[in-house]
Design a protein around this ligand. Structure first.
Ligand SMILES: C[S@@+](CC[C@H](N)C(=O)[O-])C[C@H]1O[C@@H](n2cnc3c(N)ncnc32)[C@H](O)[C@@H]1O
Length: 275
């Protein structure tokens, strides 16, 4: 028999998720929540949505919150998504290196809301390609963060179904991916060269966070679609504290900062620069 998700319980979940992850579960997300949480209830033999809500709300360890967020977050991503951002990065990285801001010639990039790693690895490939085409060497580090530990595990392993790289140009595939053999037939793994440059850690935008050194580029793409304007404003403010002067913030093409107060210079749709 199908379990009932009452109005009252739906809004309790909605408020809880907004408060803890910034994600806006409006009425239109009700069926999604019901389907995703229904699966957890069945797997764990929990009698009702209300009982599950109480379990999550009472748990101080953060573990129940983690499971809940893993179930409801949308992690869709792919290699070289919104490819013009990677062309922009390739062009600008040399400019940034030649500017006065880069100490010891190290470029630091944050892929914020990196999901299963396709975005930070695409950034790493772009930077190696920038070195090749400019015939110069530089150091770089990429940090990938996400709220979901499930996607971060995939990201750190760097193993993907071959299907996921079908649109990656074949010369890049040869250069940066290893084809699986035997039981790994049908899979590819990003080469160590890339894995060594990309580090992953869990980070919830709604919590306090701190980095010792600011970043030259921050990719915050397709994350704020779930946030309302006041949440976006707080997040952009928090994130920009960790952007170098003249560094770039890149957001998704379907997102905007219209109606969000910030102190960035508008460069073009989806790209902003710290003054
Ligand atoms: C749709 S994916 C975007 C992946 C990648 N940036 C891209 O554009 O392809 C959005 C990611 O944001 C993460 N996310 C959502 N809310 C978050 C929060 N409060 N803190 C950190 N990450 C969050 C989700 O777990 C998800 O992996």
């Amino acid at each position: 028999m199908e379990m009932e998700l009452t109005d009252d319980t739906f809004w309790k979940f909605s408020r809880f998720v907004k408060q803890n992850a910034g994600i806006n579960l409006h009425e239109g997300k009700r069926e999604l929540l019901k389907a995703r949480l229904g699966k957890i209830l069945r797997e764990r033999n929990i009698a009702s949505f209300e009982q599950y809500y109480n379990m999550v709300a009472k748990d101080d360890s953060g573990e129940e919150l983690r499971i809940l967020l893993d179930a409801i977050s949308t992690n869709h991503t792919y290699f070289f998504r919104e490819s013009d951002h990677f062309s922009f990065l390739k062009d600008k990285v040399i400019e940034i290196l030649d500017g006065s801001g880069v100490r010891r010639k190290e470029v630091r990039i944050w892929s914020a809301g990196c999901s299963s790693g396709e975005e930070p690895y695409s950034i790493a490939i772009t930077l190696f390609e920038a070195m090749r085409s400019n015939k110069r060497d530089f150091d770089f580090r990429i940090l990938g963060t996400d709220i979901s530990t499930k996607v971060l595990e995939i990201a750190s392993r760097g193993v993907y179904e071959e299907e996921k790289v079908k649109d990656v140009p074949s010369e890049l595939k040869v250069r940066y991916f290893q084809k699986g053999i035997n039981r790994w037939e049908g899979y590819v793994r990003v080469k160590r060269q890339l894995r060594d440059r990309v580090h992953f850690r869990r980070l919830n935008f709604m919590e306090d966070f701190f980095f010792k050194k600011p970043f030259h580029f921050i990719f915050l793409r397709n994350v704020m679609i779930y946030f309302d304007n006041s949440t976006k404003e707080i997040l952009v403010g928090k994130i920009c504290r960790f952007l170098e002067k003249n560094g770039y913030l890149i957001i998704g093409h379907s997102e905007s900062l219209t109606g969000v107060k910030h102190e960035l210079r508008y460069i073009r749709p989806s790209i902003f620069q710290k003054k």
